[in-house]
Structures are given as C-alpha cells and as structure tokens.
Design a protein around this ligand. Sequence first.
Ligand SMILES: *Cc1c(COP(=O)(O)O)cnc(C)c1O
Length: 403
Amino acid sequence: MSQPITDLIHHPYVAPGAFAAPQPGVFKASTVFFANTAAMRSRDWKHKQGYTYGLHGTPTTFMLEERIATLEGGSQCILVPSGLAAIANVNMALLKSGDEVLLPDNVYGPSKALADGELKNWGITHQCYDAMNPADLEARIGPRTRLVWLEAPGSVTMEFAPLAQLAAICREREVPSALDNTWGAGLAFNGFDLGKGERRVAGSGADVVVQALTKYPSGGGDVLMGSIVTRDERLHQQLKLTHMRLGWGVGANDAEAVLRALPSLVLRYRAQDAAARALSGWLRGRAEIAQLLHPAFQGSPGHEHWRALCGADGLAAGLFSVMFHERYSTAQVDAFCDALKLFKLGYSWGGPVSLVVPYDVASMRSAELGCWKHLGVLVRFSVGLEAVQDLLADLEQALAALR
Ligand SMILES: *Cc1c(COP(=O)(O)O)cnc(C)c1O
C-alpha cells in the first residue's frame, strides 16, 4: 500500500478524452512524461508530433501557434514572451558578426535600441533607411546586408510605407525581409502577399512576419506575447533552433488568454478602426490641430500606399496621431493629455481602454534622413472599446485645457 500522498500524486483516474467545448484547455507543464525510454530517445521536439518539454510546446501553445499562422497567412508560428522578443529572435537567428541589418527610420523604437546595443556589441552593424523612399533602401543594401526590417505605418508618426515595393527590392537583391505586422494584425493586409501596386501576388511579401500579440490578438492590455510566422520550412527551422537555444517560453495562461480573445479579434479591430476614424475626422477639423496622421485619411503621409495595399475601403488599426499647432507649448499639450479622463496615459495599444501618449518627434528620427520637419508636439491616440460619443466629449473638454 502506498502512502496517501503518493496516491494523490500518482492517482489512477484518467478523465475521458474527447472533451469538447468552445475553448481549449490550459495545459501547464515543464516536465512531460514519456511512455518508455525508446519514446524518450526518439521524440522530435522540432515538429508538432509529440511533447518533449514545456518549452518546446504543449497542446495549448501548439493550438495558438496554428491559429496565429493561419491569421498571418503563413504556415508555421513560433511564440515568444513579447513582441520585442520576436524581433530579437529573428535578429539573432539570421545575423552574425560582420553582417548588417537595415531598419526603417520610423521603426518601432526599441528595435533601434536593440540594434544600437546588443547587435552592435556583437559586431552586427545597422543602417536606418527612409521607408517612404524605396530608392534609399535600394542604395543602402550592400554585400553585408543580411536582413531588412519592414513596418507600416511608421511608429508614432504613422507614415505608410510602400511595403510591396520595399519587399520586391529585398527579393531582387536576395536579402531576407522581416515585417513587423503588429498594426495590421494579420487583418488589414497579408504580410506574405504584398503584391505590386494594386495587385496582390502570392509570395511577393516578407519572408518572416512578426507581431506583438500583446496588442490586438490579446485585446485585453493584460498579456505580453509575440509571434514569428513563416511560410518556408527551412527558415522556420532556423528561427526555431535559435528559439530553443534561447529558452523563450510563453505561459500557458497567457496563451489561453490569447486563444480566448481570438474569436472577437475581427469585431474588435473593426470597431476600434471605426471609432478611431470618427475621432480622427473630428479632430482634423479642429483649429488646434495642424495635421492628422492616420493612413486611411487623404493627406496623411503614405495614404496612397495604404489604399493600394489595404483597399480603398480597407481596414486600419484604431491608432492615430495628431500634430498640434506650433503655437502650443509642450506644457500646454501635456495639460491637454492630463485633462483627458477616459483616455489614460499609457503605452501599448489594442486593449479596451483608450490611451494617449505625447511625443517629441524631433528627437525620434535621424536628422540625416530629414523626412520629418514639422515642429509642434505630436500626440498619439490608441482607441479602445468605449462609446465613441463619450471619447469625443472627453477630447472636447480636454482641448479647453490648451487655452
Ligand atoms: C508593441 C509593439 C512591439 C513590441 O511588443 P511588446 O509585446 O510590447 O514587446 C513591437 N512592434 C510594434 C509595432 C509594436 O507596436
């Protein structure tokens, strides 16, 4: 007879299989068991044919990986603990000492910090290119260029780059490209089929598509996670090997939270898009605002590229920026942000609560490229799921703080 504690740990009851319910279960494990030593020795961690160790996958993470690969229009997906970790994993898998990586000048800020820090320390150089000018990318690709990052719209300043043209240049020059598709969320356009001009062409996009699942796929403002999606099995295995050696796992509860949010992804994205356009349209008409930066609006930088890629009636994230008139000081715009009640001061986006962040644009772009000459303070809004008329009233009352 075993002791009660042993019976508790090695309980013989096995629940019946084939449990069917709307949401998959949460499988939590570091250790997974093997039936025998032969099974232990023959287990293949690289393919989803079984389980080896929690870091290499569980039913919960496999399920999420398959759904995100489908969302992005790819074949394989790797999950990592944040969007930034996805960027780092791609860099570490594809670059070595002596190589160069090219980043759009308006790239997600921490991506530049990684290039300026660790990548530089490891002997990997980088250059920033003007994402709005394909000739600039073309000119900067050299014999040491081993990776080009793509992103649209630009972080904070929202210029929409001609992604299809940029990806075509990478393809012609035989340099792998990786797209940060967080804004599009796999919904506004397909990162693997960017096409040329108005036409989408299969395989004309990026080789790797990453996303901060932290944003729209999570939708709650309460999960950090990233994804790395590919169509090419060899490339996937290269990224996966780096992922395995780095030991980047995701928590089962976090994976389940994203699985739970995915069925409402399209509804949330559309609702946040519509609300952001309503607020943008209203702000654009206000005398305090010098410029609206929202790719779906005519006159916003790169609007024509957004329209070519996403369609005239296409989707956009619920994210936009406005440039306040130069007559308003930083302190006045800060007072506007502080006066907002529903819009909270906070980073990130895609969650239920509307957010606002003031930025000093002049300090964010390299002077060398000089594509950004506006003065004035820029404020970025992320629209949540509150009622639009309440958000509009909040903006209106806060604008009074400028006076
Ligand atoms: C938020 C974000 C990231 C990073 O995601 P985290 O999960 O916060 O690390 C990367 N790229 C873009 C475009 C983002 O908006």
